[in-house]
Structure formats: C-alpha cells, structure tokens
Write a protein of this length. Sequence first.
Length: 232
Amino acid sequence: MTNLYGGATQVFYQISNAFFWPVAVALLVLFAWSLADIGALLVQWWRKRRESPTDLSAVAVALAMDLRSSGGRRDVLANVAMSPSLARFWGRVQARLRAVDSNDNLDVWLEETLQQEEIDVASRLDRSRALVRLGPMLGLAGTIIPLGPALQALLTGDVAGMVGHLVIGFGAVVCGLMMSGLAYVITLVRERWSRVELKEMENLCELILRALRKRQQHEVDEEEPYESLSTA
C-alpha cells in the first residue's frame, strides 16, 4: 500500500512539473498580449477623442431626402458627420438598397445586419473576456506547481532553492492577476464603446424605416389624384 501511495505521489509530482513550462510560457505570452492590448486601447481612445460625434438630426434629414428622391442611389450622407463604425454600417445598408428593387423585407434584413454586428462585437470581446478568466487560473497554477519542488528543497535543506521556487510562484500569481485586471478594464471600456456604436446603428435603422414609410406614403398620395381623374 505504501509503495502504491508513493508511486501515485511521484506520478502527480511529475505531472505537475511537466505543466510548469507550458503555464509559464502561457503566462508570459498572455501578459505581453494584455500589455499590447492596453496600448491598442489607448490608441483607439485617442482616435475616438479626435473623431467628430454623429450628428443624428443631420443624418435623419439627409437620409429622408436621399430615400425620397433617389431611393438610396446616391450617398447624401457622405458629408454628414458620422462615427467610423456608423459610416461602415451605412455603407453596408446602402449597398443593399442599391442592389434590390423592392424594400418590402428591408426591416428583416436590417435586423439580421444588426444581429451580425452584435456577433462581431462579441467575437472581438471574447479575447479580453477569456484573459479575465485565464489570468487567475494560470496564476494559481503557476503558484502551486513550484510548491512541490520548494518542499523537496526544504526537506534536503536547500533553503536557497526553496526561496527560488517560492519567488517564481509569487511572481506567477502577480502576473496572472495583473493580466486579469488589465483584461477586465479593456473589456469594460470596449463594451461601453460597443454599446454606443450599436445604439447608433439601431437609430440609423429606425430612421431608414421611417424614411421608407414616408416615401411609400408620399407615392400613394401622388397616385390618388390620378386615380380620381381616371375614375371621373
């Protein structure tokens, strides 16, 4: 029984030691990735500060005029202040308006396009969300794994070796927690930006549908006098 327990102990000890380098490399790579991501976030924040905000009232007026006069055949929103994400979304919608002759199912297509934008946003946020969870997990693993060699060094009286293993363990947990904290901040900021962008896209879709309804009503009002004359 003692031999069996000793064998199992040795197996678990070897397994834990085998995972040390993968965990250490993953911690270092992901920590560097989080630092690069926070740098990208700062650059994005600086660009957003210099961007002109979306003029929703001007978008509504120009969009209504465009859909009434040309049915989306020309881009009258080119000179209207819009955020880059909204301009990109409008480009997709305008391409759809130019490609089809009937706008009967446009509301369904707009809803599908919005859902695809939400999926794309979630996909972009999945990386930082994963780091929020992976940071503490890898940090804990990087802390516990060196404890085995540290205890072995303590039994043999190698105090310097024990301290070295403990330093590695404490450094791993600090690295994991810092990585998780940075990823959490990045996720919060980008989620807030994404909510604003999606809200602008929803407003644009609502303005498009209203402009189309007014256009259809205008066409009906123009046809009624001709029908009255023909009946008379």
